[in-house]
Ligand binder design. Structure first.
Ligand code: GLN
Length: 508
């Protein structure tokens, strides 16, 4: 049962073949079997709420038995990244500074999940405050990639991606500020979507960088992502940046794409997102997928986005600037940890001791960079310039979308690297997001779809599709078409329980 997609599980529930309690229990058992601890196992979860999930499942079953109207995903379990607030359930952002904090309210995304009746299995691991590309910056120990337990699951949402890849959850929610849904999707062989900025509410999403953050679906199939996107998306009066547009048409687009007809579609391959430094095994799988799209009837052209080469630099000014300001609220007074030095310390000394003990190195690094970039005298030279680059990137996208319907690239320059490999080299870690960051800077949507295993190391490769703002439906159409063609070629999905279990066992 746990190997089925969320859409299949929903069908099984509707057909009375199973119950939500049974499904929820099966996933909790799976978590018990493979999730392990900070030291061993997948370690996708920071908190598992068995009791709460089973209670929600029982309510779902009762609703179904009573013949009440149900959301299609009612009763299908889900995991939520620990950066979204959950009433009554701990929310730590994988930071010591929030240890023990139990939010008094739900994020809008969580409230919608609850309202639709999906049991929440628990909260997934991440890089502290979503800063990183490997989940190694979690204060509670790393998540391990189910494909190879000595490798990273991507980040910052490695927990959500690994949970879905390891069949611990059929669905998960992630957040993507610079690639944290798409890159983990790529390296774990799962599907990850960053919706158009503002189209999924950020209310209750603990902010890293407000102008870049966006929550979105983490799944094993494109159709599942569409289903979840329609559920969590749509206008929210509680988020002042929320776009007043309906989140509809994604499931229909995925179904249309699954027919495998891309006639009339124009696809642009981004020139700047390839070349030296890109893993050959990644590039060859990417090229195969491009060829497949052409076979399905799409017209493929090359498109240059010259400002993309400055995206990383701009991101690493804008993001820390916003993060340094957002993280100022963790002052030992309002939430979580409070460290009180000996004697009669002043409020400032308590804040200092708490922030020193509560934040990890990567978070401190970004607070320092961000504070520096925003300081008077440097503001124009750094933050101001970065904002101008952001405009240039948006213009590149606009010019590209004058010529093509979607843009494509590999999601990440390499497959999953060994744990520890880039921990002491922040720049090498940052480069993982080379291909994903432009979409965040411009607010446009993107998806990562599994493109197969790299020939050089046998690990998953992700194929990124980008669309214009509010044209998220195109991601689902093209993604489902590619997924259909590739799974036909592979003779089934990339992720198989047997294959995976052999790897997880081997890594224990
Ligand atoms: N890896 C990027 C960073 O470290 C992106 C993180 C994210 O999307 N949350 O900032």
């Amino acid at each position: 049962m746990i190997t089925r997609s969320a859409a299949e599980l929903a069908d099984a529930l509707a057909a009375g073949e199973t119950t939500s309690v049974e499904l929820t229990r099966a996933h909790l058992d799976r978590i018990g079997a493979v999730d392990g601890t900070a030291e061993e196992g997948v370690h996708a979860f920071l908190h598992v709420d068995a009791e709460g999930a089973l209670a929600t499942a029982a309510e779902s079953d009762a609703r179904r038995a009573a013949g009440e109207p149900l959301h299609r995903l009612d009763g299908v379990p889900i995991a939520v990244k620990d950066v979204l607030t959950t009433q009554g359930m701990p929310t730590t952002c994988a930071s010591r500074i929030l240890e023990g904090w139990v939010p008094p309210y739900d994020a809008t995304v969580v409230a919608r999940i609850r309202a639709a009746g999906l049991p929440i299995l628990g909260k997934t691991n991440m890089d502290e405050f979503a800063m990183g590309s490997s989940t190694e910056h979690s204060a509670y120990g790393p998540t391990r990639n189910p494909w190879s337990l000595d490798r990273i699951p991507g980040g910052s949402g490695g927990g959500s991606a690994a949970a879905v890849a390891a069949f611990e959850a059929p669905l998960a929610v992630g957040t993507d500020t610079g690639g944290s849904i798409r890159q983990p999707g790529a390296v774990t062989g799962t599907v990850g979507v960053k919706p158009t900025y503002g189209s999924v509410s950020r209310y209750g999403l603990v902010a890293m960088a407000n102008s870049l953050d966006q929550a979105g679906p983490v799944t094993r199939t494109v159709l599942d992502a569409a289903l979840l996107h329609e559920l969590i998306g749509g206008h929210d009066p509680l988020d002042s940046t929320s776009v007043d547009a309906p989140a509809t048409g994604f499931v229909a687009a995925a179904e249309q794409g699954a027919t495998g007809d891309l006639a009339g579609l124009k696809v642009g391959v981004i020139t700047e997102l390839a070349g030296e430094g890109w893993q050959p095994g990644v590039m060859s799988r990417f090229q195969e997928s491009v060829d497949l799209l052409a076979k399905l009837g799409a017209e493929v052209v090359e498109v240059s986005c010259p400002s993309f080469v400055h995206a990383m630099a701009a991101y690493y000014l804008v993001m820390p600037a916003e993060a340094s300001s957002n993280l100022a609220k963790f002052d030992a007074m309002r939430y979580g940890l409070r460290v009180v030095p000996e004697g009669t310390p002043s409020a400032e000394e308590v804040m200092k001791a708490t922030r020193d003990a509560g934040f990890g190195d990567e978070v401190k690094r970004r607070i320092i960079i961000g504070t520096y970039a925003l300081s008077s005298g440097y503001y124009d030279a750094y933050y101001g310039q970065a904002q101008k680059v952001r405009t240039l990137i948006s213009r590149d996208f606009a010019a590209a979308y004058d010529q093509v319907d979607v843009l494509v690239s590999p999601t990440s320059p390499s497959t999953a690297f060994p744990l520890g490999e880039k921990l002491d080299d922040p720049l090498a870690m940052y480069l993982q997001d080379l291909a994903t960051i432009p979409a965040n800077l411009a607010g446009v949507p993107g998806i990562s779809v599994p493109a197969g295993l790299a020939a050089d190391d046998g690990l998953p490769v992700g194929f990124q599709i980008l669309a214009p703002a509010l044209a998220d439906d195109r991601l689902y159409r093209v993604g489902a078409a590619l997924e259909g063609a590739l799974t036909a070629q592979w003779g089934g999905p990339l992720l198989g329980l047997d294959k995976l279990d052999a790897r997880i066992e081997g890594g224990k």
